[in-house]
Design a protein around this ligand. Structure first.
Ligand code: R5P
Length: 313
């Protein structure tokens, strides 16, 4: 691999960026980020990037707007410093749930984020388990949404009973749950969820059989924890064995999520480190690193290699 690339870490998940750099046998590019008293950000690259391929690793996790602006500022700095090619590695893509209008006079914020990243000069976006695959269509540049499924399944497999049913907590996650079920050789059941607001959801129906079976709920993210709690309750009500595990790619885990989730009989919650994980004193939470997956995909980009096996087709 030619040494003509530089990896910069935004502040959203320096640990992940460091692990990716280590996996690639590289070091992080020198830079400094400062916040002025009025809240404005100042980003400076402390080494040249002229003619280099640049990877900026920054999940746009909470505080979403700050992390997004920081990413855009990094990109702008790289473009003005004559980087040859800029890849925004956004392991978690904030605003992905705002991918359509639910009524008139509403924005499609995911599309706006796509416009902003392209306007500042991003040439390529890499993300993981994008909430809705059609978001790719908001971009006119290549977007690669890698799947964490193989990494998650390898971490889950040893602890799962052969009778486990994989659960999609809503219609949007059926494709993802089906992929997990395929890799695990398990059946799938689907819950039908209605969202009343950003914090309120209601499970109205279950399609599939979970009676006396352990369940594995799959989701792309856990934010407030509401979806998981509702799903666990619906599964127990439908006669599932009180042996429920959860696997979600993005553990956003906002304040209050832990309290909500520990009230229930979940055996284990598995997330990746796309979003910086919370403090390590949560016995039911297990974090599996996505750094080897990102590093290996970036190596393929550098070698112009194919991405089969990294994305769900
Ligand atoms: C919804 O469409 C998503 O896939 C997640 O199920 C949801 O956003 C998780 O959020 P929360 O934890 O707040 O229910």
């Amino acid at each position: 691999m030619k040494d003509d690339f530089t990896i910069f870490a935004g502040r959203a998940n320096v640990a992940l960026a460091t692990s990716v750099a280590v996996e690639m046998g590289a070091r992080l590019g020198a830079c400094s980020v400062e916040r002025f008293p009025d809240g404005e950000l100042s980003v400076r690259l402390d080494e040249p990037v002229r003619g280099r391929k640049v990877f900026i690793i920054q999940p746009t996790s909470p505080p979403v707007n700050d992390h997004l602006i920081e990413l855009l500022a990094f990109v702008d700095a790289c473009r003005r410093a004559s980087a040859a090619h800029i890849t925004a590695v956004m392991p978690y893509f904030g605003y992905a749930r705002a991918d359509k209008r639910h009524g008139r006079r509403e924005p499609i914020t995911a599309s706006m984020v796509a416009d902003l990243t392209q306007a500042v000069g991003v040439n390529h976006v890499v993300t993981i388990d994008l909430h809705a695959p059609q978001i790719e269509g908001f971009f006119h540049i290549p977007v690669d949404s890698l799947t964490a499924a193989p990494v998650m399944v390898e971490a889950l497999r040893p602890g799962l009973s052969a009778e486990t049913v994989v659960i999609s907590p809503d219609a949007g996650r059926v494709r993802m749950a089906t992929e997990y079920a395929r890799l695990l050789g398990a059946p799938v059941a689907v819950l039908h969820k209605e969202r009343a607001s950003g914090v309120e959801t209601r499970v109205t129906r279950l399609v599939g059989d979970v009676r006396d079976r352990p369940c594995l709920i799959i989701d792309d993210m856990i934010s407030t924890g509401g979806t998981i709690v509702e799903s666990v309750e619906a599964l127990l009500e439908a006669g599932a064995r009180p042996e429920i595990s959860v696997a979600a790619t993005h553990g956003i885990l906002l304040a209050g999520a832990r309290e909500k989730l520990t009230r229930h009989e979940t055996r284990e919650i598995l997330v990746t480190d796309t979003v910086a994980p919370p403090a390590h004193d949560w016995p039911h939470l297990r974090v599996v690193s996505i750094a080897p997956l990102i590093a290996s995909a970036l190596r393929r980009f550098l070698a112009d290699g194919p991405l089969s096996g990294y994305i769900v087709s």
